[in-house]
Design a protein around this ligand. Structure first.
Ligand code: AMP
Ligand code: ZN
Length: 664
């Protein structure tokens, strides 16, 4: 095989595995095998730029930066959809269209995916352009970013026409969205608001390698082109699927509005089981000839209508807007509402997110507002009833100074949130940092709770976490509600935290963007805080998954003289600021690149010890079995469904002893 053939073969192979994993959700090789092949391809491509290909699977990881997204004209206008909210609305629509076309009308019913619309152009089976909806006539060219979305085919399969456009929706599935938010919360950032906004925000990131990290997905629903030989909408979907696109199989043909309603009623209940959000159903006339006869209004096709599911919503009065300061100094405006019942709970507060949101909705104190509860946990305000606005009401002036310490707030370019920069003097920031330090996933200090931390700070006993180690029982006793016994417990709890391993101490320090996982990685790599403090940006970025944002934040943290003094004091106190000898001796790379799922009860080690063993030896622990799992370590009482899944995917199941042998 020549090098060129070898490169081509690898690309074909990777493309196929990619398709099986991301479109069919049925992978046939492990994560590790995939990575090995990908690395092989990347190495060959670097050595042979003459065989480059703008649609190589290696481009999925991104890397290109777009400074300005260019405007592109749509060949076929991207319309909006008319909405309906009831059976009557649908019957009215049916009546209208029956006057305009002859013959029986069948409908396709599809889910309405809640994301960002996209139009993809393919020529000779290759993706050449991806454009946002924009104003429907023209949108932004976001091709580089879209190429990183694994379920968007870069090259097609099957019998496709030489040139066409395909429409769909880029979505962020709930699992991925929640995971992103867990990570945000862990590093002290405001969570993202909802999957839809996060999906469309992600598409406009300048650095495509950042987009590549977001678990985006793309669901398609319509092909546009000349002489495609397609006669119905359902064929449209089947055709797209056969060329390698991801087309959900919920779609169905209904022979009349009654059947449409059956579909709607079914999905109104079952939509909560879907891995992504839908806000309704799209009903389309199935026959494309009839569609053409029906045509378009100024904004939307006459041949389609969206049916919107009802969100749980209520209206109430906004009494006051208050502002919260988080541990990183981020300011969150909060709506304090007249209590109202919504989806079975009493709602008193809703997040207003940031200044832009308040301005966009023009929310003012005293307004009657609409509150909704969607898939997210925190209720949101979706609008204002302007008719009930009190006379003389004034637009909300966003605060300019910190409500807690009066420092002038700052807002960095491109950031939605205002921040209080007074990190060393602003009480909620001081308290928040110490609360994070003592929290369960960090130093897990027993006998010390969040409220006591606040009390200690307010009484001037501590101002940072190093001060904890100098607290005495006598100092603590005079505090309100503090009995001798609990004062003892508190001091003992602090004493015991000196045993907490380095990786958790590193997480506890509360360095911005350094969550649990990143802390583990840094601890494993640098082994001590001293080595970490000396690391340059380049040295930090060598570590797997550490990008420039985290690297800069680490450097900034250790550049502060105050932080360095605190670290020195922790060291003197005896807190673990390096990996223990024992850990060091136990650390190997024998499981590098392997991913494990642990299931059941074990004899010689606990589950936690088993997981530690995996990580200490360079392996990854994952919660669920996929074809990318290298091994399942099975103990007693392993769940039967896990076993079936592992066997079905051909993932080897090993015993505790076999595992222990592996790591020696
Ligand atoms: P709207 O933005 O409310 O006017 O709704 C129209 C949008 O719904 C379209 O631009 C599509 O992006 C989106 N959409 C989601 N799912 C579908 C679907 N199955 N068929 C057509 N449009 C859809
Ligand atoms: Zn402040």
């Amino acid at each position: 095989m020549t090098t060129e053939e070898k490169i081509k073969a690898l690309r074909d192979e990777l493309r196929e595995h990619n398709y099986k994993y991301y479109v069919l959700d049925a992978p046939t090789i492990s994560d590790y095998e995939f990575d090995v092949k990908l690395k092989e391809l990347q190495a060959l491509e670097v050595a042979h730029p003459e065989f480059s290909d703008a649609n190589s699977p290696s481009l999925r990881v991104g890397g290109q930066v777009t400074k300005n997204f260019e405007t592109r004209q749509h060949t076929y206008r991207m319309y909006s959809l008319d909405n309906s909210y009831s059976k009557d609305d649908l019957l009215d629509w049916e009546k209208r269209i029956k006057k305009l076309v002859d013959g029986e009308i069948h409908y396709t019913c599809e889910l309405k995916y809640d994301g960002a619309s996209i139009s993809l152009t393919y020529e000779n089976g290759e993706l050449i352009r991806a454009v946002t909806r924009g104003d429907g006539f023209q949108g932004d060219d976001i091709t580089t970013n879209v190429k990183t979305i694994r379920s968007v085919p870069l090259k097609l399969k099957g019998n496709y026409p030489p040139k066409f456009e395909i429409r769909g929706e880029i979505i962020l599935p709930l699992a991925g969205f929640n995971k992103m938010n867990e990570e945000r919360l862990e590093i002290g950032e405001e969570p993202y608001r909802n999957p839809r906004n996060t999906a469309s925000g992600s598409l406009k990131l300048q650095d495509s390698s950042e987009v590549a990290k977001r678990p985006l997905d793309c669901l398609l629903y319509s092909i546009k082109g000349e002489r495609l030989g397609i006669t119905t909408q359902i064929e449209n979907l089947e055709m797209a699927r056969s060329w390698g696109f991801k087309v959900p199989d919920a779609a169905k043909v209904a022979k009349n509005i009654e059947e449409v309603l059956d579909f709607i009623n079914y999905w109104d209940v079952h939509r909560h089981d879907l891995p992504y959000e839908t806000d309704g159903v799209v009903v389309k006339v199935n026959n494309l000839q009839q569609q053409e006869e029906l045509g378009y209004t100024a904004k939307a096709p006459r041949w389609a209508i969206a049916y919107k599911f009802k969100a749980e919503s209520a209206s109430t009065i906004l009494n006051e807007i208050t502002y919260q300061v988080g541990r990183t100094g981020a300011i969150t405006p909060v709506a304090n509402l007249e209590p109202v019942e919504l989806a079975g709970t009493i709602v008193k507060r809703a997040s207003l997110h940031n200044a832009d949101q308040i301005e966009k909705l023009d929310i003012r104190e005293g307004d009657t507002v609409y509150v909704e509860k969607g898939g997210e946990i925190i209720p949101k305000i979706t609008g204002v009833n302007l008719e009930q606005r009190p006379k003389g009401s004034q637009p909300t002036q966003y605060i300019t100074n910190c409500p807690e310490c009066d420092t002038t707030l700052i807002r960095q370019a491109g950031e939605a949130q205002h921040y209080c920069p007074n990190d060393k003097g602003c009480p909620p920031q001081i308290i928040g940092r110490i609360q994070h330090y003592i929290s369960r996933k960090a130093m897990d200090i027993e006998g010390l709770g969040g409220e006591t931390v606040a009390l200690l700070v307010e009484n001037g006993l501590i101002t940072n976490y190093a001060d904890l180690y100098e607290l005495s029982v006598e100092e603590v006793i005079p505090l309100e509600r503090m009995a001798e016994k609990s004062a003892d417990n508190l001091v003992q709890g602090i004493e015991r935290s000196k045993e907490i391993p380095f990786e958790r101490v590193l997480f506890a320090l509360g360095i911005r963007y350094v969550g649990e996982t990143v802390a583990k990685k840094l601890a494993r790599h640098f082994k001590s805080v001293d080595a970490l403090m000396l690391a340059s940006e380049e040295e930090l970025m060598i570590v797997d998954e550490i990008g420039d944002r985290i690297a800069q934040s680490v450097i900034e943290f250790f550049n502060s003289q105050e932080n360095r003094t605190i670290i020195d004091r922790l060291k003197v106190a005896g807190v673990q600021l390096k990996i223990s000898e024992e850990q060091l001796a136990n650390q190997t790379d024998v499981l590098q690149g392997k991913s494990f799922v642990v299931s059941g009860v074990f004899e010689k080690v606990t589950r936690t010890e088993l997981k530690e063993l995996i990580e200490n030896n360079g392996g990854k622990v994952s919660g669920s079995i996929s074809a990318r799992t290298s091994f399942v370590v099975a103990g007693e009482k392993m769940g039967p469904s896990k076993r079936t899944k592992a066997e079905g995917l051909g993932v080897p199941i090993i015993t505790e002893d076999e595992f222990l042998e592996m790591v020696g």
